[in-house]
Design a protein around this ligand. Sequence first.
Ligand SMILES: Nc1ncnc2c1ncn2[C@@H]1O[C@H](COP(=O)(O)OP(=O)(O)OP(=O)(O)O)[C@@H](O)[C@H]1O
Ligand SMILES: [Mg+2]
Length: 335
Amino acid sequence: MIEVSNVTKAFGRGKHRAVVLDGIDFTVRAGEIFAVVGPSGAGKSTLAQCINLLERPTSGSVIVNGEELTHLSDRKLRVARRRIGTVFQASSVLQRRTAAENIALPLEYLGVTSAEVKRRVGELLDRVGLSDRAGHYPFQLSGGQRQRVGIARALALRPSVLLSDEATSGLDPQTTSSMVALLRELRDDLDLAIVFITHEMDTVLQVADSAARLEHGRITESGRLADLLIDQSSALGAELRPRHRDAAAQAGDDVWNLTYDSPNVPADWITRISADLGVPVALLGAAVQLVDGVSVGSATIGVPAHASATLPDLLTRYGLSAGTSPSTRELAAVG
Ligand SMILES: Nc1ncnc2c1ncn2[C@@H]1O[C@H](COP(=O)(O)OP(=O)(O)OP(=O)(O)O)[C@@H](O)[C@H]1O
Ligand SMILES: [Mg+2]
């Protein structure tokens, strides 16, 4: 478990002082993947460096499994930092070392015997699905395989926290999905607390149990992913929900974006709403996702504008919720 509490980071002094992180608070439990999203320059990488203490926070505390790291001496910090494994973007593996030699690095620094290194590296290669690539150099590996090497190396010292800063960014969707599957497997098998930093919303939806949005050094919103997705007032939820194309709607239809907790809504809700309204309702897009054991539904429907007024009551009756108002104008532009 990692507890980040009131962490602030400022660079520079006097009139050059810039506050990059301002009062960051969050907790990630063992077995949880916590995503941090936010625009470029928000402070995400600075946060990563403050979490693994490559940078000391200006104030606040970082507590891993009950031990506060920010005030440790350099020597004690070196030991304590083993509890946090870090994976960065693609380039962090050493080009002149094989996959196995890259993974062995942290163990060699610790002075682990070569027999033990060999055994542990074999185990780690197996763990990330690279047993048949042990002797390959990074240039002989795919982007996804290089990231697996990075993950195996981060796990070498058996950390309880895994920190990933844009580790899947720039990978193709299929490779990203397999990395996501690996991270979820590691979360469950090793009971890791994973802090997953990214600017890719699609990936968050696939990987995270909970998420926070970082903007100008502050967390503007955070929560369980399932809650964020269902909550129509959540800006982060809106960003995370898969978008449905509304171009297929008839001109003059109102377009409504709906969310629902799937098991609690009748499967034929759209037919029922059509019947109750006495007009056809067009299903423009829908998706149901299993998030944290909760089936979260999202749908976009088109309803003739004259029937829109009675829709909110029907939605409530069937357990669906909608944004405050439908978007007719947006649609007019589509034609
Ligand atoms: N060592 C430093 N000295 C001064 N300013 C810094 C330093 N490191 C980062 N910053 C500033 O902190 C801000 C946040 O940078 P950071 O790299 O944390 O953003 P980010 O959210 O990771 O962005 P990206 O999505 O582009 O990776 C930027 O304005 C950056 O210029
Ligand atoms: Mg960054």
